[in-house]
Ligand binder design. Structure first.
Ligand code: ADP
Length: 331
């Protein structure tokens, strides 16, 4: 146990990197758990940038009233290049120290985790991370906060596009978020009944895709939907649609790029509960002496994983069974 841990009197909390629905529920859980444990709480605006700019404030129970249902993050978020420098982090630590913060809870993705790990080692300050990203691309957890909500947003869009696609016998290419991770594409593709799903983790040749679509057309499908993850190697939905159109002119193809709407919206019930459990666990773990780790969920259990381990593993998270099932369901 770090000797710093015994002296925790004030916890600092911030959100950083890409926002995701459910971050507010996590902030609320951190604040209320810490207050319940007689700790003081400082909210830090704009992630690491707020540490450098010293934009911090005292939080009480009311500071997090009526935010559990809100998307985005009330603490705001930012990408901060200065924090990647030794001087930037020294400035950040000076403000953290002056504010009396002796432990930090960081909510964000792998960039945020990397910054937290470095900062914690450099200044021997206890840190616990909470995985908040729609991409579900972090090690140390089966699920990240925001992933479930983003999937629900995407299938709502697919359902609506399906209505118009079926009315006109159209072929739609829908681009969803996921530069390196095909989790949203695969999950929402299965849930939305997509005819084909293009993933960053797989190379799909255009000819192979056309074969699949022609077979589906032969089976008299009235509409066809192809989900394209933004990181697909063919260069995104516009490119894929153009290539398909060039080779088989008779499809009436349309493209829809869902973009940032996938990041917003009220968090789903699952994300609110996950975020609340993780926020609660993050504070309790810090107070138990656990540090430089991330909370996560494995099955139904909340677990922690050292940041070093979570950041070093690059395991493939794609659910292979689901890839196979998706193909069979498109028959
Ligand atoms: P996410 O947390 O969603 O992956 P980013 O990759 O943008 O988002 O990371 C968020 C922030 O974390 C960065 O803007 C930067 O301030 C900090 N960060 C990322 N990588 C490092 C690093 N190697 N050293 C220090 N800070 C880092």
């Amino acid at each position: 146990m770090s000797n710093r841990v015994e002296k925790i009197t004030r916890v600092g909390v911030f959100t950083s990197g890409g926002d995701s629905p459910g971050m507010n529920a996590a902030i609320r859980a951190v604040v209320r758990t810490a207050l319940y444990k007689d700790k003081k709480v400082t909210g830090i605006y704009h992630g690491y940038q707020g540490m450098i700019d010293n934009t911090m404030f005292d939080m009480d129970s009311q500071s997090v009233s009526s935010i559990i249902q809100m998307g985005g993050t009330v603490l705001k978020t930012a990408r901060c290049m200065e924090f990647k420098t030794t001087e930037g982090r020294a400035k950040a630590y000076e403000h953290v120290r002056t504010a009396g913060i002796d432990a930090l809870v960081a909510i964000g993705g792998d960039g945020t985790f990397t910054g937290a790990e470095i900062f914690s080692r450099e200044f021997n300050i206890p840190v616990m991370c909470i995985p908040g990203t729609i991409d579900n691309d972090l090690n140390g957890t089966d699920l990240t906060i925001g992933y479930d909500t983003a999937n629900n947003t995407v299938i709502e869009a697919i359902d609506k596009i399906r209505d118009t696609a079926a009315s006109h016998n159209r072929l739609f290419f829908i681009e969803v978020m996921g530069r390196d991770s095909g989790c949203i594409a695969l999950n929402a593709g299965v849930a939305g009944g997509a005819e084909a799903i293009l993933l960053p983790e797989r190379e799909t040749a255009i000819d192979e895709l056309i074969d699949m679509l022609e077979q589906a057309a032969d089976r008299k499908k009235s509409s066809m939907i192809v989900i394209v993850a933004e990181g697909d190697k063919n260069g995104g939905a516009n490119n894929v649609a153009r290539c398909v159109q060039e080779k088989v002119g008779y499809y009436d193809t349309k493209v829809s790029i869902l973009g940032h709407l996938q990041r917003g919206g009220a968090p789903s019930s699952a994300d609110r509960v996950l975020a609340t459990r993780m926020g609660y666990a993050a504070v309790n773990e810090l107070l138990k002496g656990n540090t430089r780790a991330t909370v996560g969920v494995r099955g139904s259990e909340i677990v922690t994983t050292p940041l070093e381990e979570a950041l070093s593993k690059k395991e493939l998270k794609l659910n292979e069974d689901l890839v196979e099932i998706a193909k069979i369901m498109a028959l």
